[in-house]
Design a binder for this molecule. Structure first.
Ligand code: B3K
Ligand code: ZN
Length: 865
């Protein structure tokens, strides 16, 4: 017997091609928990059934567990041994048995926040992907599905509320202890197991499903927080109704519980019937949450709820199939949020996120297909590629077949694989058959990494006046994939006729399925205006030489709102890239286009706010061969100041109109607030002497967090007395609210001030800063890595700070530590001096003894480039 926790992890690479079906299935599991914050005893009884032809022993995975007793069919059993952290039980020639194992765990010492851990005196679990093995020995693979019976007992005063998956079927008291027995009728993989025990209050509601089943809904939070759960509850009920209407999916238990937890590695978790959430995606009221926070709550509640079908009823065969549930579920939550608000604005937000997080990933050392071929630590593959590019791939299928046929495909998928652990291939096949479409070449999206690049050019036949669109595609080499085959790229296209010579203009869906292609457009007397990849129909980069005048025309007239947004962004990008490359900056065309777009602000303020926003520093950098963070900042600020000054009267008028009440959460009100934030930022970029006072006025007069935070963030960029005062007032007012205090850290780390890296270093020593809370870590250090010029400060201070963080955090929480590494891995994109410093920091991280598998994998791959 060995203690697994002392064994250093050896990086082993797991390959998708090595998948073998499980040799033992576990149809039933009974768990018994004797709860304690720093000592919880777990007794598990696994009914196991042999599925192999040979007499292989039962392998139960463990992580940091010691078996305190092993019994088989009720008898003490000696035929077991430890293999590293795993428990191997030799069952001889038995084909079925009940294997019982006792273990003891210390939730309070669990700083990884995986398995059973303590958060604010409450016990909770996180098992995806491989956390169940930190609670009990188990095969712990998603293709082993079991029915669970969970009994838990503990001190009534410490743990008045006892929750698990499914339904509570019995409960009782024993002196100062009490107990509850939960049963989940639906077989599920171990990663969907959940348990919560603590002192919680509940917001109860109910939902009646399509077939008339009444479902009790409960959102459990700490005392005092219940009145901030209304938005989450409404989002849950809207999600349940939407999934019935759009996908025909009904909820399948009598109870649906959500618990909010302060210490959580990610957003939320879809455990069957017992979702566990990061508090930041549950609690919202106008005083503490911004409009963006409200939308985050709605989107994440929907996402986790939708997993009940796309993830739980149909789960993943193995972790390489992760995008099967995540890509599809992100697509579902994006469609839901679009339906609840403004579809074009939602699309812009989703594409902006894809470009900010996924395109860089796809262009760097950690690039991987949405269905990866290998991994060392699966936690490192919960990426923007698997989630967000995965959603784009589902969206392309939906675009190609249209909503009715897509629904036939998903109906077939759910019907055919209900109760199973499926693969991405199963999904594609169901869409192929259900929707009646050939997806043979399309499957390359699952196996080829890298963002395809499409070039587009219109040629004219001088003799006939016929126009032809020439399209070409290339997919860049990525680690392990030097050569790529042409993909199937669905491009929504329209060529606008300026002089009426062409007749009706119609949008076409062009399926670009080879390296080069010519698309006849017909005859146009003057050059048509090309609108391409409308609605962002494919996750590609389009290179299309269009002059400023053409982009300005499209920004003003295209009938696809996304394409209007895109044209203005392209105009801004072209202007900025030229300026950064040393050309004399000409701001006129952008200013005029922004002015024209602002003309539509009364009708659609939210869209206008998105459209007139300048591209981020990082996205400008992505257009360059070698990123020059200082020049990008300089030129972006210069353009912002020029737009600010030229349209000063407009910005002032928008601000003078006043804000809608913070309690008004309609899309129109949110749009007006968003536009006011943009106006304030433009005004603050000008030399206008009253800008800080104006921002401070908005800050102090705000009746809600959207206006308050926007004004604070604007002030935080500057050097005024108002900045110091506002930061102090904000801190004093919200120092006891961790969720809002995160914003206080974040706005300072986002600041465009030259001393931001020093400020972050100092804030890390603030009494309210802690490495134990992932939200706090992200609010400070995550914000810094998103601040391009600060993180890439020429002396390498930003790199050092992040590497120091990774080294300090890894022993506590490797998952969160590993998430901070990718920004250091982008060294190939920067000048030699910066690249050398970034590599040196990666090397310093890798030289640390006892490094986790998570950080080892990310840092070593990042160093390789
Ligand atoms: N499925 C979880 C993510 C689990 C991450 C584990 N490292 C949340 C979600 O995507 O819904
Ligand atoms: Zn998910």
């Amino acid at each position: 017997m060995t203690d697994a926790s002392s064994t250093p992890p050896v990086p082993v690479t797991i390959h998708r091609g090595d998948y073998r079906p499980p040799e033992w299935q576990v149809p039933d599991i009974a768990l018994d928990f004797a709860l304690g914050i720093d000592a919880t005893r777990v007794s598990s009884a696994l009914s196991v059934v042999r599925h192999a032809d040979t007499m292989v022993p039962l392998v139960l995975r463990g992580d940091g567990l010691t078996p305190l007793g092993v019994r088989v069919d009720g008898e003490g059993w000696n035929d077991w041994r430890m293999d590293g952290s795993d428990l191997i039980v030799d069952l001889g020639d038995r084909t079925a048995a009940t294997v019982e194992v006792d273990t003891a765990i210390d939730p309070a010492a669990n700083t990884q926040l995986m398995g059973l851990y303590a958060s604010n005196a409450m016990l909770c679990t996180q098992c995806e992907a491989e956390g169940f093995r930190r609670i009990a020995f188990h095969p712990d693979r998603p293709d082993v599905l079991s029915r669970y019976k969970v009994r838990m007992a503990g001190d009534k005063a410490a743990f008045p509320v006892l929750l698990s998956n499914g339904n509570c079927v019995a409960s009782g008291e024993e002196g100062s202890d009490h107990w509850a027995l939960w049963e989940d009728p639906w077989p599920k993989p171990a990663y969907l197991f959940a348990l919560v025990a603590g002192d919680l209050v509940v917001n109860r509601d109910s939902f009646t499903t399509l077939s008339g089943r009444k479902v009790d809904l409960g959102i459990w939070v700490r005392a005092g927080d219940a009145d901030r759960t209304g938005h989450a509850m409404q989002a849950l009920k809207n999600s349940m109704a939407w999934d019935e209407r759009v996908y025909g999916r009904e909820y399948d238990l009598d109870l649906f519980n959500i618990v909010a937890v302060s210490d959580f590695n990610m957003g939320a978790m879809e455990n069957k019937g017992l979702n566990i959430f990061n508090t930041r995606y549950i609690l919202a009221d106008p005083d503490t949450a911004t409009d963006v926070d409200y939308d985050g709550v709605e989107g994440v509640v929907a996402h986790e709820y939708f997993h009940n079908w796309s993830g739980n009823r149909v789960t993943c065969r193995d972790w390489f199939q992760l995008s099967l549930k995540e890509g599809f579920t992100v697509f579902r939550d994006q469609s839901f949020s679009a339906a609840m608000g403004s579809p074009p604005v939602k699309r812009i937000e989703d594409v902006r996120l894809l470009r900010a997080a996924q395109f860089p990933e796809d262009a760097g050392p950690l690039a991987h297909p949405i269905r990866p071929d290998s991994y060392q630590e699966i936690s490192n593959f919960y990426t923007a590629t698997v989630y967000n590019k995965g959603a784009e791939i589902i969206r392309m299928m939906a675009t190609m077949v249209g909503p009715e046929r897509f629904r036939k495909g998903t109906d077939l998928y759910f019907a055919r694989h209900d109760g199973e652990a499926a693969t991405c291939e199963d999904f594609v096949r169901a869409i192929e058959e259900g929707a009646g479409v050939d997806l043979k070449q399309f499957r390359l999206w699952y196996s080829q990494a890298g963002t395809p690049r499409v070039t587009a050019r219109i040629d004219t036949d001088a003799a006939t006046g016929e126009r032809t669109l020439h399209l070409a595609q290339s997919v860049p080499a990525t680690p392990g994939q030097p050569d790529k085959a042409p993909m199937l790229i669905p491009l929504r296209i329209k060529a606008f006729d300026l002089d009426g010579s062409h007749g009706a203009e119609e949008e076409a869906l062009v399926l670009l399925d080879r390296a080069d292609m010519a698309v006849p457009l017909g005859s146009y007397r003057s050059r048509p205006m090309l609108s391409i990849n409308r609605g962002f129909s494919a996750p590609v980069i389009v290179d299309c030489a269009r002059e400023a005048g053409e982009l300005a025309w499209l920004a003003a007239h295209d009938d696809d709102p996304f394409a209007r947004y895109e044209a203005l962004q392209q105009l801004m990008l072209d202007t900025l890239v030229a300026a950064v490359s040393g050309d004399k900056a000409d701001h006129r065309a952008v200013i005029d286009a922004v002015a024209t777009t602002l003309g539509g602000r009364a009708a659609d303020p939210a869209f206008v706010a998105e459209a007139v926003l300048l591209p981020s520093e990082a996205f400008i950098g992505d257009q360059m061969v070698v990123v020059d963070p200082d020049a990008i900042r300089r030129e972006r600020l210069a353009l912002q100041a020029a737009i600010g000054a030229a349209l000063e009267a407009e910005w002032r008028a928008i601000l003078a109109e006043g804000a809608p009440p913070a309690t008004d959460l309609t899309p129109a009100a949110k749009g007006r607030r968003r536009l006011r934030g943009v106006a304030l930022a433009y005004l603050a970029a000008t030399p206008a002497a009253d800008a800080p006072a104006l921002a401070f006025g908005i800050f102090s007069g705000a009746d809600g967090m959207t206006e308050r935070q926007t004004a604070l963030a604007t002030l935080a960029h500057g050097d005024s007395d108002e900045r110091v005062a506002a930061l102090d007032i904000f801190y004093q007012r919200y120092r006891d609210n961790p969720f809002v205090l995160d914003k206080w850290f974040q706005v300072q780390a986002w600041s465009l001030r030259p001393d931001t890296v020093d400020a972050v270093r100092e804030l890390a020593g603030h009494p309210d800063f802690t490495l134990s809370n992932p939200n706090r870590v992200r609010s400070l250090y995550g914000a810094l890595t998103g601040n391009q010029a600060a993180f890439h400060r020429a002396d390498g201070a930003g790199y050092r700070l992040i590497a120091d963080l990774v080294i300090a955090l890894d022993p506590k929480n490797p998952q969160t530590a590993a998430k901070m590494i990718p920004p250091l891995g982008r060294w190939k994109r920067f000048d030699e001096a910066r690249a050398a410093m970034m590599k040196a920091e990666l090397g310093r991280i890798l030289a640390q003894p006892g490094l986790s598998r998570d950080v080892t994998e990310q840092a070593s791959k990042s160093l390789l480039g």
